[in-house]
Design a protein around this ligand. Structure first.
Ligand SMILES: Nc1nc2c([nH]c(=O)n2[C@H]2C[C@H](O)[C@@H](COP(=O)(O)OP(=O)(O)OP(=O)(O)O)O2)c(=O)[nH]1
Length: 122
């Protein structure tokens, strides 16, 4: 099974989410596929740099992975900002969500267990 990493960047009690455009779109954690030879943490740092121009420190995993296809499993990691401000590059929208706002968003289905877990951590 290959891994997709989602990164829950948390700052001041809010989490940064990104809207994936298109027919399969919805709110998600920025991130992407782990490349051969990379650790999950390295992939998280690379993807967040590429997608948001942000330097992060990756923290703990938000619980068990969720299968998103026969080939890929989603793992979500907490992270904090080391430097930079998020830049919109690949998504259609970025938004910081407080715990009480998380339910307002139309999250991708595989992300929902992680969102539930996050609510207790913000
Ligand atoms: N990044 C991200 N992808 C997610 C989440 N939830 C979820 O189901 N996915 C799915 C959508 C995509 O099918 C897949 C991630 O693919 P991607 O297109 O972001 O990966 P990538 O940046 O490495 O891009 P590519 O090289 O395949 O073009 O995982 C999530 O929270 N974050």
């Amino acid at each position: 099974m290959k891994t997709v990493v989602g990164v829950a960047v948390v700052e001041d009690g809010r989490v940064l989410a990104a809207y994936r455009p298109g027919p399969e779109g919805g709110w998600e954690f920025p991130g992407g596929k782990v490349e051969p030879g990379e650790t999950d943490e390295q992939a998280a740092v690379r993807e967040i740099r590429e997608e948001l121009d942000l330097e992060i420190k990756v923290g703990e995993s938000l619980g068990a992975g969720v299968d998103i296809s026969a080939e890929y499993r989603l793992h979500v990691y907490l992270a904090t900002v080391l430097s930079g401000d998020p830049v919109l590059r690949e998504h259609s929208e970025l938004r910081w969500f407080a715990a009480a706002e998380l339910d307002e968003a139309d999250w991708l289905v595989p992300d929902r267990p992680f969102v539930r877990e996050l609510r207790t951590r913000l």
